[in-house]
Write a protein that binds this ligand. Structure first.
Ligand code: HEC
Ligand code: HEC
Ligand code: HEC
Ligand code: HEC
Ligand code: HEC
Ligand code: HEC
Ligand code: HEC
Ligand code: HEC
Length: 401
């Protein structure tokens, strides 16, 4: 510990001599002289010393507070659990405070719920910071140590930019807030080969509608499919650095290892849907088999009032109800894009008889009801979950997600 403290002293000395990070850092949002870090008036806005300080804390990175409280296994979190929450939480030590919204508001323009990052994590489901910290140490040892901050697995605080613009300053799709854990020293999503349009080349990435609008995410200024896809970072490559077909990831929130994600073969990924789909615009059945979705079409990156980080606003509207543990709750997500009975046959909201019994490629004949219906509805996750190639109730092996 003594050696580390000494090391950090030298490191901070380097900071004041203006070494190392100067170029990319001054271009970053934290280093910005108009919008950057500003905790007290001793140092100019943007100075490293608003985050790093000598003397006070026994922290290997000489931060002004403990980097991460590793004794907290699950949320809810308080500010002292995570260094970043001192500014990206409330009350903020940043003079003037900081407002950050969730993805549904920032890029979907939905009415706000959480107004700080800490609020966003303190919801029904969230990326568990302990599990990330634990996983990243073994998965990404090149930059992530047991003294590291879990947010740093996805963000690099020295180069991070502001992806969504400021009021009065235009959205800049080449200023991104994220870094892939496999490429921590670069921003991800800030050039043409790091966009959803590139990932989906040969397929269609159809950005979803913004809230109450016919314009598309991520900036809600156009309904040109390709143009908007060219503005959207390739979140698939980003998320699958961790969630892929080989990493074993434990979740304390779910109490088990996570399912594998296989976006090359899943139907919402590059695997083709077959038969017909019954969908709302901007999706159409005419393009069946070609669509590739982004993880953030359905998920929040930080936290959500729904289970599994499912967004509270998808494809132009808020979900009708919260996704909890109810058997049919997942349908509140599906019906943002697929036709439930209310949309297809003037039936009930979030009933799915049309899709499974009447649609052009319905999978199930209506007879001997109780063979399948141990309840109404049957639990959606019996059949629909990532990478599912389940044997369905008729003994047919089929990919149902
Ligand atoms: C927004 C807060 C913030 C600002 C501003 C900041 N840093 Fe850091 N810095 C951190 C955090 C957090 C870590 C620990 C990274 C981790 O958890 O792995 C860190 C770690 C470091 C390290 C250790 C190596 C590494 O990259 O992890 C060095 C060196 C460093 N900072 C230098 C600087 C310099 C020089 C500046 C100004 C030019 C600066 N920092 C500005 C938050 C900041
Ligand atoms: C699993 C990866 C991941 C982790 C862990 C993570 N973030 Fe994020 N964060 C993202 C993504 C993805 C976005 C939104 C995408 C974008 O802006 O391009 C984002 C956006 C943000 C934003 C901008 C929000 C806005 O819209 O105004 C801030 C600030 C932020 N994160 C801070 C944090 C902090 C602080 C932590 C830790 C408590 C953290 N993040 C942990 C992936 C992550
Ligand atoms: C001393 C205060 C301070 C600390 C500590 C701090 N930040 Fe920030 N952060 C800011 C400010 C100020 C901004 C820019 C203002 C804004 O976004 O409203 C910002 C912006 C960001 C953004 C871009 C936001 C966007 O809207 O796209 C991300 C991402 C981010 N910070 C992540 C982090 C992470 C991760 C940590 C911890 C490692 C951290 N910050 C610690 C002050 C801080
Ligand atoms: C069409 C909406 C949709 C898209 C797109 C989507 N997901 Fe999901 N995701 C879900 C639903 C629904 C669940 C809950 C069922 C389940 O666990 O598979 C879920 C659950 C998860 C889980 C938890 C799995 C578990 O063990 O329970 C992870 C991890 C995940 N998604 C990651 C991703 C990643 C990474 C991507 C992008 C490559 C992605 N998702 C794209 C809808 C989606
Ligand atoms: C640095 C590695 C890392 C990255 C990158 C990452 N995740 Fe995760 N994710 C984890 C870990 C660890 C867990 C288990 C902890 C938990 O359940 O919160 C997890 C859990 C999840 C869950 C299940 C949450 C729950 O408890 O129900 C979902 C959904 C998910 N991630 C989606 C995503 C999406 C979408 C992205 C891209 C924006 C992403 N992840 C990027 C590490 C990562
Ligand atoms: C953001 C929009 C969106 C959401 C939300 C969504 N889907 Fe989809 N889904 C699609 C699109 C688009 C396709 C067609 C993919 C293709 O072209 O390969 C599809 C295809 C499918 C297919 C394959 C159908 C076939 O004929 O092969 C199934 C099954 C499916 N979705 C189930 C679900 C379930 C279950 C949910 C809710 C948990 C859900 N989807 C949520 C957009 C969505
Ligand atoms: C081979 C399996 C199977 C058989 C047999 C079957 N169903 Fe279904 N049915 C499903 C599946 C799967 C769904 C979609 C999940 C759900 O909504 O419960 C569904 C949905 C429904 C729904 C919508 C329920 C809701 O709340 O969303 C009704 C009503 C329904 N079936 C009636 C019947 C009746 C009546 C029979 C017998 C005459 C029958 N089904 C036989 C598989 C079957
Ligand atoms: C017994 C297994 C089973 C259950 C339970 C089940 N489904 Fe399905 N579902 C299927 C099969 C099989 C398909 C057809 C997949 C295909 O076309 O390849 C399907 C298709 C779908 C589709 C895609 C429709 C389209 O546009 O083609 C949606 C959406 C869907 N189901 C929603 C739900 C919801 C919501 C629930 C829970 C209320 C549910 N399902 C329960 C088996 C099931």
């Amino acid at each position: 510990m003594k050696w580390l403290t000494c090391l950090s002293f030298l490191m901070i000395l380097g900071i004041f001599l203006g070494l190392a990070l100067a170029g990319p850092y001054t271009d970053s949002i934290h280093g910005n002289s108009t919008y950057g870090v500003y905790r007290n008036s001793t140092y100019a806005r943007g100075n490293c010393a608003h985050c790093h300080q000598m003397h006070t804390t026994p922290n290997p990175f000489a931060l002004f507070a403990n980097n991460f409280n590793t004794s907290v296994i699950t949320g809810p979190y308080v500010q002292s659990d995570d260094f970043c929450f001192y500014c990206h939480g409330s009350p903020s030590v940043q003079i003037g405070g900081i407002t950050n919204y969730d993805y549904s508001t920032t890029f979907g323009k939905a009415p706000a719920n959480a107004t700080t990052i800490m609020d966003a994590f303190n919801q029904a489901s969230y990326h568990d910071l302990y599990d990330i910290w634990n996983f990243a140490q073994t998965a990404f040892p090149s930059f992530f140590t047991n003294s590291s901050n879990p947010c740093v697995a996805c963000h690099n605080p020295h180069i991070v930019k502001r992806s969504c613009g400021y009021p009065g300053i235009t959205f800049d799709s080449n200023a991104t807030a994220i870094s892939r854990p496999t490429d921590h020293d670069q921003l991800w999503g800030d050039n043409a080969t790091e966009k959803m349009s590139y990932y989906a080349a040969g397929y269609i990435y159809q950005p979803t509608y913004c809230y109450n609008s016919t314009y598309f995410e991520p900036d809600c200024t156009s309904n040109d499919t390709l143009l908007q896809a060219q503005k959207t970072p390739d979140y698939v490559s980003f998320c699958t650095d961790c969630h892929n077909t080989s990493n074993v990831i434990y979740s304390h929130e779910l109490g088990r290892d996570l399912k594998y994600i296989d976006w090359e073969n899943e139907k919402h990924g590059k695997g083709p849907a077959d038969g017909t789909i019954s969908v709302h615009p901007p999706f159409t059945n005419a393009s069946i088999g070609q669509y590739v979705l982004s993880c953030l079409d359905c998920h929040e990156p930080h936290g959500s009032p729904n289970l599994y980080l499912i967004r509270r606003e998808v494809n132009g509207d808020l979900l009708y109800s919260t996704v909890g543990t109810g058997y049919g709750d997942l349908g509140y997500l599906c019906r943002q894009c697929h036709l439930d009975d209310a949309a297809a046959i003037a039936g009930a909201i979030n009933s799915w008889e049309y899709i499974h019994h009447y649609s052009p490629d319905y999978p199930y004949i209506r007879k001997s009801c109780t063979t399948c219906h141990y309840s109404f509805p049957i639990r959606c996750t019996d059949c629909h979950y990532h990478n599912s190639t389940a044997t369905d109730s008729w003994g047919v092996v089929r990919r149902t997600f």
